[in-house]
Structures are given as C-alpha cells and as structure tokens.
Design a protein around this ligand. Structure first.
Ligand code: HEM
Length: 150
C-alpha cells in the first residue's frame, strides 16, 4: 500500500457512514492540480484504465469473488464517471452512494487493499505520473469507511 493511501486512511473521518457522495466532508474533488484529469488521459484514458483494473480484480483471488457475478460493465462505467468527477473532469456521477452500493457485500479491509493495489499496478501500466496517482488515491481513501463493512 502506498504511504499516501495509508496516511489518508488514518486521517479519514469516522463519520462518513451512509453519507451520500455530495456530503463527503473531504470529497470528491482532488485539489491543487487541475491537470490531473489530463494526466489520466481524460475520459478515454479512464475508460481504458478501468478495463485494465477490472481485468486485474477478476484475476485477484481477494477481489474476484466480489466482481465475478456483478454487472462489470455497469461498475466500470460508473467508476469512470465517479473518478472523472473526483478529478474535476467534465462528467456527472449518477450511481449510488458508496454506502448504498457496497451495503451487504461484506467487503473486508484485505479486499479493499487488494483492489487499490491492483488499481496502482494498472495505473503504473498506463504510465500515469506517480503524483497524479497519489492525488486520486488520497481522494478515494476516505471512502473506505463506507465500503468496508466486515
Ligand atoms: C474507494 C474504493 C471504491 C470505490 C471508489 C468504488 C466505487 C464503486 C462504484 C462507483 C460502484 C457502482 C455504484 C452503483 O452501482 O450505483 C461500485 C459498485 C461495486 N463495488 Fe465498489 N468501490 C470501491 C471499493 C470496492 C471494493 C474494495 C470492492 C470489493 C472488493 C467493491 C466491490 C463492488 C461491487 C461488487 C459493486 C457492485 C454492487 C452491485 O451491483 O450491487 N468496491 N463501486
């Protein structure tokens, strides 16, 4: 796990339970670097990245059970929209809140870390600058309070 992610997890507020996306205290936008969306290759880059990431999540034994029977195309589409918004891109996220989407899935901390690690490998594979990767991870990390329920 990256240092940035570890720090962000520790700093995450404990009160985010069941909060809709728009009410996250520290989310969903990365700050200070308006070129982050471009560094990810825009929406096409995010789409390609989520294809790579989902392929990896389906291969990793810690994440595969969650995604194997899910609507993978829908999840990828919503992740592209959500990350695009987080990166200040020209998108609208119309999916559910993180609490609602992950309720009852029993996502463990180990599964969360495995998902993030596979995402990091996918980002490296697409040569996304490390600083841009860390900005995204820092923005996503506080969501773990709504995702990990087990
Ligand atoms: C910061 C981390 C995460 C983010 C940003 C995220 C984002 C999302 C988004 C945007 C959706 C679609 C919402 C919707 O259906 O309306 C979703 C659904 C889903 N996520 Fe996550 N997720 C995260 C972590 C995880 C983890 C760690 C797992 C399991 C290893 C997971 C498993 C799933 C599954 C199985 C669904 C589909 C649920 C369903 O169709 O009912 N997610 N996630």
């Amino acid at each position: 796990m990256s240092l940035v992610l570890a720090l962000a997890l520790m700093a995450a507020p404990a009160t985010a339970d069941a909060m809709p996306m728009e009410h996250y205290p520290t989310l969903p936008h990365v700050g200070g670097a308006d070129h982050t969306f471009t560094e990810f290759g825009g929406k096409d880059g995010l789409t390609a990245l989520m294809d790579d990431a989902m392929a990896r999540w389906l291969r990793n034994p810690r994440t595969r059970p969650f995604f194997a029977n899910a609507d993978q195309a829908r999840i990828k589409h919503l992740l592209v929209e959500q990350i695009c918004v987080v990166l200040n891109g020209p998108c609208t996220y119309e999916g559910r809140s993180m609490a609602e989407a992950h309720r009852g899935l029993n996502v463990t901390q180990g599964a969360f870390y495995a998902l993030v690690e596979e995402l990091q490998i996918a980002m490296n594979g697409r040569h996304i600058p490390f600083s841009a990767q860390n900005r995204l991870l820092a923005a996503l990390a506080p969501m773990h309070k709504d995702v990990i329920t087990h």
